[in-house]
Design a protein around this ligand. Structure first.
Ligand SMILES: Nc1nc2c(c(=O)[nH]1)N[C@H]1C(S)=C(S)[C@@H](COP(=O)(O)OP(=O)(O)OC[C@H]3O[C@@H](n4cnc5c(=O)[nH]c(N)nc54)[C@H](O)[C@@H]3O)O[C@H]1N2
Ligand SMILES: Nc1nc2c(c(=O)[nH]1)N[C@H]1C(S)=C(S)[C@@H](COP(=O)(O)OP(=O)(O)OC[C@H]3O[C@@H](n4cnc5c(=O)[nH]c(N)nc54)[C@H](O)[C@@H]3O)O[C@H]1N2
Ligand code: SF4
Ligand SMILES: [Mo]
Length: 744
């Protein structure tokens, strides 16, 4: 697409699931009708699009620092602008697309010949547009015919998704528009720190804060927990990994004090009696001995929450979960406990109240609906359901029998790479696993054992640097597509500028690989056409997009409706268009009997719990300025300057006890390995806990020591809590490996 005048273009931020509305004014003006790939301007020298916030319901004109500086990543000096192939000398060198695709085609054929179709694996990402995520799943199943495709959403959303599917029969992170939160009297934030991870979200907490009803459950006094101070709410500061106990105790109080919504429970749920029995033993004083939250705080919280419930005449209450409670080996059970509490108070499927999970990645929601999950087909269908296989195979024009069954989930997939019987080739689209996967030194070993590693990216991420072939792809402002925000709102990503050098769209390169690998399945490359096919494939599924198209989304936006919510089925003949579904579950849940299922759960504790030789909890998370593995934000000088290196937060009492001064180098050791970082003394962490963000590679890359134990239901890894010992680094010297790959 080319424009001759620099008109502002409406699009959305490339980073998180809030998908803040922004307006970009194009920088370079390409020659009329020049195809993207033929515009070869050196990266880093073109004028970049100008970013301005725009009114959109989730951000209402605000952006965080990452959003403001997002255009910088379009022109970073080390942007990948040609395919790269590893030569006989072991170095990556520029190649033509033909050469790179030939190397891949030969490599895939040889692995398949020796190890069968499951020998080739695919790892996708929750940042991919719906069109790319759909095409990647279709490519894996119909061209590679491998069961082994999974994605980084396994690290991010899978426990909340599993719990939502089990209890409600559907998984839409927030089954209501975000703006609904504004009217609530109480918002319970469980292991979520939106003041840093989604700053414009905080404005929607104003109502709750005004009523003194912001409740934050976090072992750290995070930026969000601090908002709950000064009479605006309550900060519950549990022992890491004991959220389940807090939730069981809250429900215990609800039961014991007769605060449950019995009418709602009778009409809309099943399983209440079992759940009542399961919380009987968790009276607040007992809970306090495990979770460390004072019994009176537990009682006050339960009473505040119940008083805000509509059945008790309150103005409404929301229970929201984030990664702090989900990234645990009991994550699905903990979210289930949060759902049980919400159901007990009659909050779910009612306007003005609800339960939701705060999806993280830009397309974390859409990315989990269109078939890049190991057990899934588009429309949130199950890959082992014969009717789903029949329907999707029909759209793809293949025999259902050729579609593989479920493959390995992310952690198991990464751990199997290059092992006997495991995959020998891997395609990575939209993840930097070497930094972001748990137990990352093991991941490095597994990647090294592969015969072929293909990484598609626009920057040389740590994972891309290990690849045999790197394919340069377009990024956000250089492509058209759709994303689905944390509210389930399908929105348009729009092209504003052209990609540098030889960077191409993933839709194009997957189609080209399909052709070279001899596939007869059609792979459209126009995102609008891909969307239409995705919509047909989703028809009748839980996540039904069949009433949507790029044209309809554009027209709706022009008419003042920024995005439409799924499910949005295509109308039957003669019927009007479906308006989309901002609020789900108002009449019934998506379960066979229409009732929400309450499932009793109990506390188990972290897999790698503290003990004599590892007496301290390590918890991990994020800082405002950096995004995920840091591949993008470490390349933005304005952000990197503010938080340039890995650090560990230590309570001064812990620092004194182990002999690590503020600003000194600290060594943190787990059963997996050792990291070193700069110590920051602060009383926002508990004396029994250290906190590290995970945005860096090198000696301070915390995932080198995190646990890859997984939740038995969701297969989500236990990123948040493991046991460590803390000591001074051997020599006060900085480790050379700590230097970052930020361009000079
Ligand atoms: N700046 C920034 N914003 C982001 C991202 C980013 O990388 N950087 N990533 C995006 C993505 S993909 C995601 S998933 C979201 C994540 O958004 P959040 O869930 O808000 O982020 P985290 O910092 O991972 O975790 C939240 C909190 O969990 C707490 N926590 C740790 N252990 C425990 C525990 O045992 N119990 C409880 N209750 N809390 C615990 C941490 O102290 C932390 O404050 O953010 C999105 N937005
Ligand atoms: N210790 C610890 N570890 C964690 C977490 C934690 O809280 N603690 N959180 C986990 C969570 S919630 C998440 S979501 C993961 C995320 O971690 P990652 O999966 O590593 O996510 P990103 O860093 O966003 O990596 C995305 C990569 O893809 C590239 N990319 C972006 N868009 C596209 C695209 O459209 N196509 C292609 N081909 N490439 C693209 C980027 O340049 C970048 O290199 O980290 C997990 N790891
Ligand atoms: S909150 Fe998320 S979507 Fe909004 S500007 Fe920041 S990173 Fe972008
Ligand atoms: Mo995430």
């Amino acid at each position: 697409m080319s424009r001759t005048v620099a008109e502002p273009v409406r699009t959305h931020c490339p980073y998180c699931a809030l998908q803040c509305g922004m307006q970009l004014t194009p920088g370079p003006v390409p020659a009329p009708d020049a195809p993207a790939a033929s515009v070869s301007a050196p990266a880093g020298r073109e004028p970049l699009p100008v970013v301005a916030p725009r009114d959109f319901p989730t951000n209402a004109g605000g952006l965080c620092q990452k959003g403001w500086t997002s255009a910088t990543v379009l022109g970073v000096p080390d942007r990948i602008t040609t395919p790269l192939v590893r030569g006989a000398d072991g170095e990556l060198a520029a190649a033509t697309w033909d050469e790179a695709l030939d190397v891949i085609t030969e490599g895939v054929r040889s692995v398949q010949a020796e190890h069968g179709p499951q020998g080739v694996a695919v790892f996708g990402g929750g940042g991919l547009t719906n069109e790319k995520a759909y095409t990647l799943g279709k490519f894996a199943r119909t061209v590679l015919r491998t069961p082994n495709i999974d994605y980084n959403g396994r690290f991010c959303m899978s426990s909340a998704a599993a719990a939502g599917n089990r209890s409600f029969g559907a998984d839409r992170g927030m089954p209501f528009p975000l703006t609904d939160l504004g009217g609530a009297e109480v918002v319970l934030l469980l292991g979520s720190n939106p003041a840093e991870t989604m700053p414009p979200f905080v404005q929607h907490l104003a109502g709750a804060r005004e009523h003194g009803g912001l409740v934050v459950l976090d072992p750290r006094r995070s930026a969000t927990a601090r908002l709950a101070a000064d009479g605006q709410g309550i900060h519950l500061q549990p022992v890491p990994g004991t959220d389940m106990v807090v939730l069981l105790a809250l429900l215990h109080v609800v039961v014991a004090e007769g605060l449950a919504d019995r009418t709602y429970l009778a009409e809309r749920t099943s399983g209440w009696d079992d759940v009542v029995r399961s919380v009987a033993a968790w009276w607040p004083e007992r809970a306090e001995t495990v979770c460390g939250v004072p019994a009176e705080e537990l009682r006050t919280t339960a009473r505040r929450l119940a008083a805000a419930a509509p059945s008790r005449g309150g103005r409404g209450a929301y229970v929201l979960t984030g990664r702090g409670v989900e990234q645990s080996s009991q994550g699905t059970a903990t979210v289930t406990a949060a759902i049980n509490l919400s159901l007990a108070l009659g909050l779910v499927g009612r306007e003005g109240s609800g339960y939701g999970c705060l999806t993280g990645q830009g397309n974390g929601q859409g990315g989990r609906e269109h078939g890049q999950k190991n057990d899934q087909l588009p429309g949130y269908r199950k890959i082992d359901d014969p009717a789903a296989r029949e329907h999707v195979a029909g759209v793809w024009g293949v025999d259902p029998a050729v579609l593989p069954g479920p493959g390995l989930p992310a952690v198991a997939l990464l751990n199997a790479l290059g092992t006997p019987g495991g995959p020998r080739a891997l395609f990575v689209h939209g993840s930097n696993v070497l930094v972001s996967a748990p137990n990352a030194d093991r991941v490095r070993e597994r990647l090294e054992a592969l015969d072929l590693l293909v990484v598609c990216d626009f920057v040389p991420s740590e994972t891309a640097r290990m690849a045999d072939v790197v394919l340069p792809v377009t990024q956000w402002a250089e492509e058209e597509g759709t994303m689905t925000s944390l509210e389930g709102r399908v929105i348009r990503r729009r092209q504003v500028t052209t990609a540098p050098g030889e960077a191409r769209s993933e839709l194009w390169l997957l189609a080209e690989l399909a052709r070279r690998l001899g596939s007869e399945v059609s792979f459209p490359t126009d995102p609008a056409v891909v969307f239409d096919e995705l919509a047909r494939a989703s028809a009748g599924g839980v996540a039904d997009y069949s009433g949507l198209s790029h044209a309809r989304l554009d027209a709706a936006e022009d008419a003042g409706a920024p995005g439409l919510f799924w499910p949005c089925p295509a109308p039957s003949a003669g019927e009007p268009e479906h308006p989309g579904t901002p609020r789900m579950f108002l009449d019934r849940f998506e379960t066979p009997d229409g009732r929400a299922r309450m499932v009793p759960v109990d506390h188990v504790g972290p897999t790698d719990d503290v003990r004599g030789d590892a007496p301290t909890y390590l918890v991990t998370g994020r800082v405002l300025q950096h995004y995920q593995s840091g591949a993008q934000t470490r390349r933005v000088p304005e952000l990197d300057r503010i938080v340039p290196e890995p650090y560990a937060e230590l309570h001064p009492q812990l620092g004194l006890r182990v002999g690590v001064a503020d600003g000194a180098r600290v060594r943190i050791t787990s059963a997996r390995g050792v990291v070193e970082a700069t110590a920051r003394w602060t009383d926002v962490v508990r004396p029994d806990t250290v906190f590290m963000p995970f945005h860096w590679s090198g000696a301070g890359s915390v995932n080198r020591i995190t646990s890859d134990a997984v939740d038995p239901i969701s297969s989500m890894p236990e990123f948040k809590v493991c046991a460590v010992s803390v000591s001074p680094a051997a020599h006060g010297e900085r480790d050379v490996h700590d230097s970052q790959e930020v361009p000079a």
